[in-house]
Write a protein that binds this ligand. Structure first.
Ligand code: XUL
Length: 525
């Protein structure tokens, strides 16, 4: 048996496990447990509890704990060699928070394997439910914290991001304002990631620099809690927060609860977890500064890596600590695949092949036509009022619109990621739309960069397993280079590389200015 490492991902809708054999460079086990289907007693819909207020989105920390028990039982039943696992790490949906009272350390340190985690944990929560990243009920608190810290640019420079409704600091402030007694009774504030890590470690686990940066509470440069941000959020907060640490850093041996109940190796290290996006950055192999991946999914997401911290003065993009060292960025464009599909439906194109054929009838640059595809309110750039805007483009021109949607999305990515100052050698494209060759060609031409497809299922859980391996090797006195560690796990699909066309690149260099002007005009109007 080779060296086995377990990565878990506690996401919005499911808890997943990936086990890797490091010597064989192979994923040897994968499993996902869907909350709605497998834990129906919690009555979640897509992992979220029903609430009368459409802005409030909470979930249940007890459900996440029960899922952990179920997943270990499943792994045991599936014959996973849990007795051989050397270390465990994980990732959680970002920003979500869990509130524990002063009994938590004692309870975590004495988890009774004859009971379930749920039974063990009764009585440790000061808040029954956890606000998660989909919650947008804290606009007031965002404005208050932003004002106290000196505005968008200042908050982004201090904490890595402007204040956002889903970020943990504004959520903590709302809890303090609306339930002051429960806030006062809270001895430990955890993130989803650090809560799950605490269960495995049997003690209050640290928050890592990746997930910590999603709170508006961490000094992004120094990677310590930011005193002014804490003060602007809620009184006495410093005492309630755990230490900050790098993801994958051992917290201790795995709790005897998992050893006695599921046969986990008693010497296995329980390590600090991170957020799902930072873990995905590792799971996609972005371990060197300057590497970029673009996920073309429901929303389009731009992941970049930087050695030194730069922040976005406009406050649109986020900077988190990268688990592989340095920093990572996350820029989220909401009108991704949904907008592409809207255009396809609008022009009655039966599939993406037909769409590509039509698009090929036009030339790069589309004769200066621009489409702003804000079918839904957009995150980047901030657009509150949805609307589709056409410049030098007729709505009846099917071929022109087919090209325009791809060009607009890729130009927007170039424009709104420029603050990073990164010139990648090659971009990895992932997600559903990354097998669309026409889209990848536009991406390569707009970015003037080679683009290769990468297909990693469960990139966050894989990243977590790699973090466990990294933490274990370091603790074993044989620290590994990140590039060596990920090799074999994160290779692009062979033959998928698309090269930029130099003529098209020139066209897009010019068109970018017009695109920026159109955006400005539409945002003013
Ligand atoms: C990132 C974010 C989401 C969650 C999803 O800022 O809110 O991507 O991490 O789990």
């Amino acid at each position: 048996m080779g060296k086995l490492f377990l990565g878990l991902d506690s996401s919005t809708q499911s808890l997943s496990a990936v086990v890797i054999d490091l010597d064989a460079r192979k994923v040897v086990y994968e499993h996902s447990l869907n909350f709605d289907r497998e834990l129906p007693a919690y009555r979640t819909q897509n992992g979220v509890l029903a609430n009368r207020d459409p802005l409030v989105k909470h979930s249940s920390p007890l459900m996440w704990a029960e899922a952990l028990d179920r997943l270990f039982a499943q792994m045991e039943a599936d014959g996973v060699a849990l007795g051989e696992v050397l270390a465990i790490s994980g990732s959680g949906q970002q920003h979500g928070s869990v509130y524990l009272n002063a009994l938590a350390p004692e309870v975590l340190g004495n988890l009774n394997p004859r009971k379930s985690l749920v039974q063990n944990l009764r009585g440790v929560f000061t808040r029954k439910t956890s606000p998660i990243w989909m919650d947008s009920s804290t606009a007031k608190q965002c404005a208050e914290i932003r004002a106290k810290l000196g505005g968008v640019k200042a908050v982004a420079a201090a904490t890595g991001s402007d204040t956002f409704e889903r970020f943990t600091g504004p959520q903590i402030r709302k809890f303090y304002q609306t339930e002051p007694e429960a806030y006062a009774a809270t001895a430990h504030v955890a993130l989803v990631s650090s809560f799950m890590a605490s269960l495995l470690a049997g003690r209050v686990a640290p928050i890592d620099y990746g997930d910590g940066a999603g709170m508006n509470l961490m000094d992004i440069q120094k990677k310590v809690w930011h005193p002014k941000a804490l003060g602007a959020t809620a009184p006495g907060l410093r005492r309630k927060l755990p230490a900050l640490a790098p993801a994958g850093r051992p917290v201790g041996r795995v709790s005897p609860y998992f050893v006695q109940k599921y046969g986990v190796n008693p010497a296995a290290l329980a390590t600090a977890w991170t957020g799902d996006n930072p873990a995905s950055v590792v799971g996609l192999g972005l371990v060197k500064a300057g590497q970029v991946a673009i996920s073309l999914g429901t929303s389009d997401t731009f992941f970049g890596t930087m050695a030194k911290c730069r922040t976005d003065a406009r406050g649109e993009g986020h900077v988190f600590g990268s688990p592989a060292g340095g920093y990572m960025t996350l820029i989220c464009f909401k009108n991704g695949s949904l907008a592409r599909e809207k255009v396809r439906e609008l022009y009655r194109l039966k599939d993406w092949k037909a769409f590509g054929k039509l698009l090929a009838k036009t030339k790069p640059g589309n004769g200066g036509a621009i489409l702003l595809p804000w079918f839904e309110a957009e995150i980047v750039p901030r657009v509150n009022r949805p609307g589709v805007h056409r410049f030098d483009l007729e709505a009846g021109d099917a071929a022109g619109n087919a090209r325009a949607i791809f060009e607009a999305q890729m130009l927007s990515m170039r424009l709104h990621s420029a603050w990073m100052g990164v010139a990648p050698e090659r971009i990895f494209a992932t997600g559903g739309a990354s097998n669309n060759p026409a889209l990848l060609q536009v991406l390569a031409d707009v970015m003037d960069c080679r683009v290769a497809r990468i297909e990693v299922s469960k990139s966050a859980a894989l990243g977590a397993a790699l973090l466990a391996a990294h933490g274990w090797l370091e603790a074993d006195g044989e620290p590994a280079e990140w590039a060596d560690l990920v090799s074999g796990f994160t290779e692009p699909v062979s033959g998928s590389e698309v090269r930029p066309d130099k003529k098209a690149v020139k066209v897009y260099d010019r068109l970018l200015e017009k695109y920026a002007a159109c955006e400005k005009a539409a945002l003013k109007g």
